[in-house]
Design a protein around this ligand. Structure first.
Ligand SMILES: [Zn+2]
Length: 270
């Protein structure tokens, strides 16, 4: 529970857009699933976790009856399995890294999206307006080959002066590529930031965190996972960056509600 950023400056234009953006870092065990809702009720789902059953439960519990946008950061199962049932919510647009998966899970996702009439779009640094919430889709930098992690699609969310950044399982070569681009859309601070690759040692780096300057880090990770996530390396980096750390394995779903003036509230399941 935390209020951050500067004090409210009142109404527009200094206070930014009206209402609040809600971002839920869903507890899906070892994996990522991030649900974004605009003040106008528009919805986007970035990744869906590794369990279709678990995502079905969230769809029911959160009364989700439609999706405006679905983004797959990359095609690994811990990110797309839950997107398979979510595709029946008929997202108008589906954005991914342009690299198809090689699994039956991927094939099921594609089939459900085709049945839903979704438009398939490759990440190309486009900005998508989700109501008054702007989602900047961060395409992988050139030269990443065909590995899924290093071709993770990022999303930089902006709502007035409130900002959040999620970049899937991007490994160090990808963040180095983005740093070389000296991108303004990735220049911090970000009030909310998703730990790269569940706190793996090959994700976040000191140079990257110095650039994106996270105030709060959410690690989306399963309890007692076999990968050793999050690593001490990553936890130390977040500490050195002065960021508050939230973990889905210990706190459950982490929800942030951001206002256009940059203030926000973070709540957790436990
Ligand atoms: Zn992953």
């Amino acid at each position: 529970m935390k209020q951050g950023g500067q004090d409210s400056a009142g109404t527009e234009p200094t206070g930014g857009p009206a209402g609040q953006v809600t971002i839920r870092f869903l507890d899906v065990g070892q994996g990522d699933a991030i649900l974004i809702q605009s003040p106008e009720g528009k919805t986007a789902l970035i990744d869906g976790g590794r369990s279709s059953d678990r995502m079905r439960d969230y769809i029911r519990d959160l009364n989700l009856d439609k999706l405006d946008l679905m983004i797959a950061s990359h095609a690994d199962a811990d990110h797309i399995a839950g997107l398979v049932p979510a595709a029946t919510l008929k997202p108008r647009v589906f954005i991914n890294n342009g690299l198809g998966g090689t699994t039956q899970t991927w094939e099921r996702l594609v089939k459900n999206l085709q049945d839903a009439g979704s438009t398939f779009t490759k990440a190309s640094n486009q900005t998508v307006n989700l109501g008054s919430v702007k989602l900047r889709v961060i395409a992988p930098p050139p030269g990443m080959g065909d590995g899924q992690n290093e071709n993770s699609v990022g999303v930089a969310l902006q709502f007035g002066t409130f900002r959040a950044l999620m970049t899937g399982d991007s490994e160090t070569p990808e963040t180095e590529g983005w740093l070389a681009q000296e991108r303004d859309d990735l220049r911090g601070p970000f009030q909310m930031y998703k730990s790269i690759h569940h706190g793996a040692a090959n994700g976040d780096s000191a140079a990257w965190l110095a650039y994106v300057r996270p105030e709060n880090v959410v690690i989306s990770v399963g309890a007692s996972n076999t990968y050793g996530h999050p690593t001490k390396t990553a936890l130390n980096l977040y500490k050195q960056a002065g960021a508050r750390v939230y973990r889905t394995d210990r706190q459950g779903t982490v929800t942030v509600q951001g206002s256009g003036d940059g203030t926000y509230t973070i709540t957790t399941d436990r």
